[in-house]
Design a protein around this ligand. Structure first.
Ligand code: HEM
Length: 358
């Protein structure tokens, strides 16, 4: 053998001597603790996945099987759960039939409102009398607009979080969409509690005007004249507005408040199951709230000309009040309800008084 061959063989032998123990150490065996633990976890997970899930009213719900396995292993807090079996079901439902149903309902509401506008048409604009009546005080308008603006911010950012990945990301690209989703999430998280406070103030400001009376039953029976455009008497708020107050602001407001707070403050050790159920409720509530809000915005603007002025400036024309809220109009005329405050006299700066000649 040539000296070069000796050298090559010696180098190969050295390499083998170095590599073999390393390779041996890499082979999974019972003494390699992490590999053993993983294997046991997989076996446990397989076994758990065959066991029936405890019902939601069972205290073990969300903690048993795979979840319990990990809690037991790494700690007792929900934050220590690494794998949660229900998570995959939640993801497939949220991204599957729930998002499709929600999207279809919102699109149907938009089509329904458009059809209503083009087929039945809005109310005719009443002939202006030129006399104004006070409808909302500055405070009432401030609280309405604060609630409305925070609602719109929540609705737009919520829809971006919900549908953005499917609708926006394909044409925006990952980079732009991730920035938008990030901003949306923070706006949503911050405006949630602001919306709750505004809704509460709004509730107590307007509750006394939203008590149902016999007049409302008659208004509902005739559909408020929305389809026929006939004149139907109503008080300060009609039955449709009262329904929006009780079913929208109050019932849906409560659903969004409780589910939203559970989603917003995950630091109270609530289990992932609770958060997932809150997410379903939040999505259902958001869908109905957004649909109803679109109807409210349509009727309050182009559907009933003259209505928006009340919320914009605080006053409405007398003729509008007579046509749409006749009973309230009569109260105003009889002095029971306030008229518009007289316009403020223009501010003329005081003329400088001629002083003594110097
Ligand atoms: C009433 C108006 C509201 C609407 C229309 C609305 C809508 C939505 C929608 C569509 C989502 C997306 C859910 C998903 O993608 O699975 C969402 C998420 C969320 N909402 Fe709301 N929401 C409203 C009010 C609130 C309130 C009042 C709070 C809190 C107090 C809140 C807190 C949250 C949180 C924390 C999330 C999860 C955001 C994230 O992914 O990190 N929401 N909302």
């Amino acid at each position: 053998m040539r000296p070069m061959d000796y050298l090559t063989r010696a180098l190969l032998a050295l390499m083998l001597a170095l590599l073999l123990p390393a390779a041996w150490a890499g082979v999974p065996n019972n003494r390699a603790e992490p590999a053993y633990a993983e294997e046991q976890t997989i076996l446990q997970a397989q076994q758990d996945s065959r066991a029936p899930e405890p019902a939601l009213d069972n205290a073990a719900s969300g903690k048993a099987h795979i979840d319990r396995h990990y809690i037991g292993q790494y700690g007792a807090r929900e934050g220590d759960v690494i794998i949660q079996r229900g998570g995959n079901l939640w993801r497939t439902w949220r991204n599957g039939w729930i998002s499709s149903t929600s999207g279809i309902l919102i699109i149907l509401a938009i089509i329904g409102i458009a059809l209503f506008y083009f087929v039945i048409g809005p109310f005719a604009r009443p002939r202006e009398s030129g006399r104004r009546i006070l409808r909302y005080t500055d405070f009432e308008r401030l609280i309405h607009w604060s609630t409305a603006i925070s609602f719109l911010l929540l609705a737009f950012t919520g829809l971006i979080i919900f549908f953005g990945k499917v609708i926006l990301m394909p044409w925006m690209g990952h980079g732009v969409f991730s920035g938008l989703a990030f901003i949306s999430k923070y706006i949503h998280n911050i405006f949630g509690p602001i919306f709750i406070i505004c809704s509460l103030i709004m509730f107590f400001t307007f509750i006394h005007r939203n008590v149902f009376t016999r007049v409302d039953r008659a208004w509902l029976r005739r559909g408020g004249g929305l389809a026929t455009h006939e004149h139907v008497p109503a008080g300060f708020f009609n039955a449709g507005e009262k329904l929006w107050f009780w079913l929208g602001l109050t019932v849906l407001g409560l659903v969004m408040t409780f589910s939203g707070l559970i989603l917003d403050f995950t630091n109270f050790n609530q289990s992932r199951y609770v958060i997932q159920v809150a997410n379903y409720l939040h999505l259902a509530g958001a869908t109905f709230y957004i649909m109803a809000a679109m109807g409210h915005i349509y009727i309050g603007t182009i559907g009933t000309p003259g209505t928006y002025e009340g919320m914009r400036h605080g006053t409405v024309d007398e003729e509008w009040a007579r046509q749409h809220h006749e009973l309230w109009y009569e109260q105003v005329k009889s002095g029971e309800a306030p008229m518009a405050p007289p316009p403020e006299p223009p501010r003329v700066p005081p003329r400088p008084r001629p002083g003594p000649a110097t």
